[in-house]
Design a protein around this ligand. Structure first.
Ligand code: EPU
Length: 336
């Protein structure tokens, strides 16, 4: 285990923010993490765990210790008549894991194709897309308790998942490092075609309906709507879609009949992209950052931006949406 000093993080966060870590280390084996936890020189430092850096806004200078998770491994650990149980290490790239499941005919995660980031980061914000969230298929998480240094198992219900939220983002934040994640995938897979343009895309490409082709369609849709972080820095959706009561939704609909909204239990989810678009921010810049021209929910870095630039734009967009619609929108990425 080697602790490096003054390491640039600019290529390790998909927003491409200029940032430097005072202390930095990479973890490949559990043994290295155990050693790190015993290391006196890092005990008093603030720890930040880094996966793919795809849901993060990091400051110009990170004073504490950045721990990059680089443990690898994917395997089928068990199967019975009904389910496959597949486990992946935190440091695996999420989409590599999805493609591995599909190539082995373990189906169910296809709608979550091409979401940037690592397996270890996926439970933190309960990643979701095209009608599926990982909480629907996650079986358990192994996380290392930073106080005891011991692994703990979190069953699905222990993770307290909700829309883009979990125990690890709330009460468990800073207390655990996710080590691996196990999914339970039903052998009688129910395919989800109802959301977005998946059916249309399958037809367009003359593809039969199967999980591999759903993955292909999702990849095509994502590539057409969302900017590639390798070309233009971004973290996918920058804001969460706000959830409001029926009364609030009804009142908004009276004033704005075109409001894009979806039922979410007895509440309603409002498309934050629509709110931002209507507020005039789509394709507009403030300093080196802006809201993406093809999807107003995505904040993009046009070059050399810092976290301060990001928060200045975020605050301005939030204030304008609040002024026009009376609704609070909350940022989705984690702030160090
Ligand atoms: N819209 C506009 N203008 C825009 C953008 C969107 O009017 O500039 C309206 C359109 O009517 C569109 C609707 O908003 O139909 C919803 O947009 P979209 O289908 O792109 O979905 P979203 O609600 O913006 C969510 C997730 C995405 C996920 C997609 C597909 C959140 C915060 N975002 O986006 O997740 O890929 O659905 O399931 O829930 C992410 O979290 O990083 C992410 C990309």
């Amino acid at each position: 285990m080697i602790i490096q000093t003054n390491i640039s993080l600019s290529h390790l966060n998909t927003l491409g923010l200029q940032s430097q870590a005072k202390y930095y280390t990479e973890i490949h084996e559990l043994q290295e993490l155990s050693e790190l936890l015993k290391e006196e020189s890092v005990k008093d430092k603030k720890w930040h765990v880094l996966g793919g850096g795809s849901n993060l806004v990091i400051p110009h200078l990170v004073n504490g210790l950045v721990i990059k998770m680089a443990n690898k491994g994917m395997q089928l650990i068990l199967q019975d008549d009904e389910f496959w149980y597949v486990k992946a290490s935190a440091g695996e790239v999420w989409d590599d894991f999805i493609q591995w499941t599909l190539s082995n005919s373990y189906f169910g995660l296809e709608n979550l194709s091409l979401i940037p980031g690592t397996v270890g980061a996926a439970p933190i914000q309960n990643i979701g897309a095209y009608g599926v969230e990982i909480k629907d298929l996650l079986w358990e998480v192994t996380a290392i308790n930073l106080l005891s240094g011991l692994p703990e198992i979190f069953k699905n219900s222990d993770c307290h998942f909700s829309y883009r939220e979990s125990f690890f983002k709330q009460a468990g934040s800073g207390k655990y490092i996710i080590w691996d994640v196990t999914f339970r995938l039903p052998k009688k897979n129910k395919m989800h075609l109802e959301y977005g343009d998946i059916s249309k895309e399958l037809q367009k490409q003359s593809l039969e309906i199967n999980p591999q082709n759903i993955s292909k369609a999702v990849i095509k849709i994502r590539q057409s709507k969302l900017p590639d972080p390798k070309i233009i820095g971004n973290v996918g959706s920058f804001f969460k879609n706000p959830i409001v009561t029926k009364e609030v939704a009804d009142a908004l609909l009276l004033k704005h009949p075109n409001l894009v909204h979806y039922a979410a239990g007895d509440k309603f989810k409002i498309a934050a992209g629509w709110l931002i678009d209507q507020s005039g921010w789509k394709g507009k810049q403030l300093g080196p950052v802006g809201m993406y021209e093809k999807q107003a929910l995505v904040l993009v870095n046009h070059g050399q931006a810092t976290a301060d630039d990001v928060w200045a734009l975020s605050n301005q967009v939030r204030a304008d949406v609040k002024k026009q619609f009376g609704i609070e929108i909350e940022p989705e990425p984690i702030q160090w």
